[in-house]
Write a protein of this length. Structure first.
Lengths: 144, 144
DNA sequence: ATATCACATTAGATATAATCTAAATGTTTA
DNA sequence: TAAACATTTAGATTATATCTAATGTGATAT
């Protein structure tokens, strides 16, 4: 994990590299499991307990704004975050709400006719179903 | 608007056609603008003031569960709902959070290899950007 | 008819997620 | 250094959604 690279990417976006902000960014780059804001705060404070809830939310907002982090809203649950590294789609588990990355592939954009006067920024795929943990073990009969 | 059809679709899903539940369903079928739970409650009560917040959430949960209604989570805002009529994708405005339907077209599913042991239910496209109202008026120079 | 049972509804309490406030601290610039 | 600006903080507040316990409703059985 390249601390310098993180510092540079923050400063390129006009954000100071504070310990708290660095902590959020470094954690997101290392852990691709789409943590919630609270999970991020706890993880950052486990290493060095000096961040607060408000700061974590502030920094996540700033990082999303700067385009370094992506926010994924999940029905009925807390939002989840990931560092925008390699391009990928998302899989959301119907049962446990877990968000996982899916290998990137190109998706056809909507025809400009159906887009109208809207301005398109991005086009992402959300795949839904059951994650490996929540999928029934056997495809067979007695499964529940 | 075919009241009988709504009644039938509820009962086919094993849900009684109560006035409150009918109200939610009828409103969603008539208004395709992806209202929030609170907007739905207010609209239903404007016609006939006898539903409550809990009932609205209960009924929305049941309708989503039955597959008659879709819930769309939006970053930093209340969830939005629509009746599952014609198949469509979604456009979410970065600025105002409005959800709009986009004409349906087929999207390639992920390769079964990258899906692994996950069970796929659906595959939807989320298009992001600025809606017609939030897009700058002129493409020209002085735009803000 | 009335007892019963499952399903629905309700107001308000509670839980959860996220934002706001105002004061303090830290950093950069003039 | 002073002024300007950015950042952090604890706790209050707001927003969203769910839970609880009491009550209501409609179908069926007796």
């Amino acid at each position: 994990m390249d601390a310098e690279a993180i510092k540079r990417s923050l400063e390129d976006s006009g954000l100071r590299c504070t310990p708290q902000r660095y902590g959020v960014m470094a954690f997101l780059m290392k852990h691709t499991g789409h943590p919630t804001a609270v999970e991020i705060l706890e993880a950052v404070n486990r290493l060095d307990p000096r961040s607060s809830r408000a700061t974590t939310y502030n920094n996540l907002r700033d990082l999303v704004h700067a385009g370094l982090v992506r926010e994924v809203a999940v029905e009925g649950r807390a939002a989840r975050f990931d560092a925008k590294g390699m391009r990928h789609h998302h899989f959301i588990c119907d049962r446990c709400g877990k968000v996982e990355d899916m290998e990137w592939y190109n998706v056809p954009r909507p025809a400009s006719g159906s887009l109208g006067k809207r301005i398109l920024r991005e086009c992402e795929l959300i795949v839904r179903g059951l994650c490996t943990k929540c999928a029934p073990r056997h495809t067979s009969s007695r499964g529940h």
